[in-house]
Write a protein that binds this ligand. Structure first.
Ligand code: A2R
Ligand code: GDD
Length: 312
């Protein structure tokens, strides 16, 4: 099998490359932006900006992958408030370029399109945990772009009989994640406080939100099973099935440190809209793949904190 990971230099990409190399005999190619780095000898690396449609076509013709994991995105909800047009360009136009380039091929690779639990948005109390066939009511620009990607994926699958499996990924976390995301951000701040690099005050945003966190190492296992077993044209939630308040996450992180740390809300970290609860129902994923999380939340948080402690 030939697997191509588009957006391979990102957080999930690194773990996905390692997982395929360690657990599958597939050959792996991965794309990155010109300024990014993929340090792995067991992968063929290509520069690719998905906004350049002809570059996508040429690369796909050269590699002729059997499986395509489409991870490339502007992946931050926070950044999507600040840069909505970039988010729309990369997540919608970029995804159309990938799908349309695949349509032009004379073979039919299977594509895993990675969307987001954020697509559900304003979830009613009785709709939690949320199933794939629930109404979607996106609450921010990022969520809209991922909802669009999902709908466009379904159209390409139905109209052109393309082999597309769609995912709605809930929050995935772990060592090496960019500190623009909450767990990585809080762990980095605590590690810097412990090293005396900042005063003992942790800056936080909205602590009341509940989100569904899964270790990235479990998430990539779900992706590799779904690309083999997922039903074409279908969407699958990938999450833990449980939600936790950001306040609880903070409490766990702080409990691992002996420093006396004061918590301070930073208004800059509050979003214009932050939906209160996003929690997945993962029965469809379980039925299709038999997947279960292996790594408990506390371990992921501890690993992430230690990652930042070991960064010089
Ligand atoms: O924005 P950068 O410089 O971090 O690069 C990201 C890259 N990317 C692109 N690749 C090709 N063409 C573009 N025009 C383009 N714009 C951005 O996609 C980054 O290296 C990668 C996405 O990785 P992360 O931002 O680390 O996201 P993560 O956590 O790996 O999530 C994977 C997927 C995304 O579709 C998320 O929206 C979804 O899972 O949750
Ligand atoms: N980033 C950040 N920083 N978030 C904070 C902070 C802070 O200081 N304080 C509280 N939060 C809250 C946010 O308001 C949000 O409710 C929650 O923590 C999680 O924020 P992020 O970690 O930035 O992730 P996200 O939920 O916006 O998006 C992530 O999950 C999506 C799936 O649900 C990303 O991984 C997306 O790519 C993914 O699609």
């Amino acid at each position: 099998m030939k697997a191509l990971i588009i957006g391979g230099a990102g957080f999930v990409g690194g773990y996905l490359i390692d997982h395929i190399n360690n657990d599958y005999g597939w050959s792996v190619s991965a794309t990155k932006l010109e300024n990014e780095v993929i340090q792995n000898e067991n992968v063929s690396v290509f520069n690719l900006d998905i906004l350049d449609k002809s570059a996508v076509v040429n690369l796909l013709k050269e590699i002729r992958p059997d499986y395509i994991f489409h991870l490339a995105a502007q992946s931050s909800v926070a950044l999507s408030w600040k840069n909505p047009s970039l988010t729309v360009d990369v997540n919608i136009k970029g995804s159309i370029n990938v799908l349309d380039a695949v349509r032009e091929l004379n073979h039919k690779p299977r594509i895993l399109l990675i969307g987001s639990g954020e697509e559900y948005g304003h979830i009613l109390a009785e709709e939690t945990p949320i199933k794939e066939n629930n109404a979607i009511r996106p609450g921010n620009i990022y969520a809209v772009t991922k909802a669009c990607q999902n709908m466009i994926g379904k159209i390409y699958s139905d109209a052109y009989q393309m082999d597309i499996v769609m995912v709605r990924a809930f929050n995935h976390i772990g060592p090496k994640q960019a500190p623009i995301f909450v767990v990585s951000d809080f762990c980095k701040q605590v590690a810097e406080i412990e090293k005396g690099l900042r005063e003992p005050v942790i800056k936080v945003g909205n602590l009341s939100a509940k989100r569904d966190f899964t270790d990235v190492r479990d998430v990539v296992r779900a992706y590799t099973i779904l690309i083999q077993k997922g039903k074409s044209g279908e969407t699958y939630n990938v999450g833990s099935g449980e939600s936790t308040t950001i306040e609880k996450i903070l409490e766990i992180i702080l409990s691992h440190s002996i420093e006396k740390i004061r918590v301070e809300v930073d208004k800059e970290r509050l979003r214009p809209v932050d939906v209160p609860v996003i929690e997945s129902d993962i029965s469809k994923l379980r039925e299709c793949t038999g997947w279960n999380r292996h790594i408990p939340l506390e371990k992921t948080i501890f690993d992430t904190l230690n990652y930042w402690r070991n960064i010089n």
